[in-house]
Write a protein of this length. Structure first.
Length: 193
């Protein structure tokens, strides 16, 4: 009788042998990986290998190794793939790509994300003397009000991250409006400099 570890190793090897497209080898490797994974789950249900087998079955279900591949994936030549959107470095016109703040779709509502790159660009765009004064003032104020200054920073970071998903819809809309205003201000300041 084969051990769970050996069966899992064989199932993972069969999964790794699957390539893009349809072929007899792919269907054979796929069916072998599925049958070995189901055998592990059936014979060793409480083992760590059973968890790995479940993950392998999920990955096999999500992969596009079936007949839908031709509809979802279009092959292009390598030259055509690399030619799109590229500028000639010898012509002297380099395309500078600035990151645009993205929006995450959280089901019923879109969540605005703060443009951290633009915000840091604004901060580091300040004169060095002014930055030095800000740092000196921050150190001085930290000595006086340390934890009180840290608390708003932590709250700001929490409310601009995944923590916002736990807010009520009205609070989330207000936070999205605030972040959108902050992004507009950053973009406006970026345009002035």
């Amino acid at each position: 009788m084969a051990s769970a570890e050996k069966l899992l190793h064989e199932a993972q090897y069969a999964f790794q042998c699957i390539t893009f497209g349809e072929s007899r080898e792919n269907s054979r490797h796929r069916s072998r990986a599925i049958s070995l994974s189901k055998k592990i789950i059936r014979k060793f249900p409480a083992s760590m290998e059973a968890g790995e087998a479940h993950a392998l079955l999920r990955r096999l279900g999500e992969e596009a190794y079936t007949s839908n591949l031709s509809k979802r994936h279009r092959h292009i030549t390598q030259a055509a793939h690399h030619a799109g959107g590229r500028t000639d470095p010898n012509a002297g016109n380099f395309a500078v790509r600035t990151p645009v703040p993205q929006s995450m779709d959280s089901g019923e509502q879109v969540v605005e994300t703060l443009d951290w790159g633009g915000l840091l660009g604004l901060v580091f765009g300040l004169p060095k003397v002014l930055l030095g004064l800000i740092v000196f003032g921050a150190l001085f104020l930290w000595g006086l009000f340390g934890p009180f200054l840290l608390f708003p920073l932590v709250i700001f970071v929490l409310f601009t991250g995944p923590f916002r998903q736990m807010l009520k819809p009205e609070q989330r809309r207000n936070m999205n409006a605030f972040v959108a205003k902050a992004n507009d201000y950053i973009e406006q300041r970026r345009g002035l400099s």
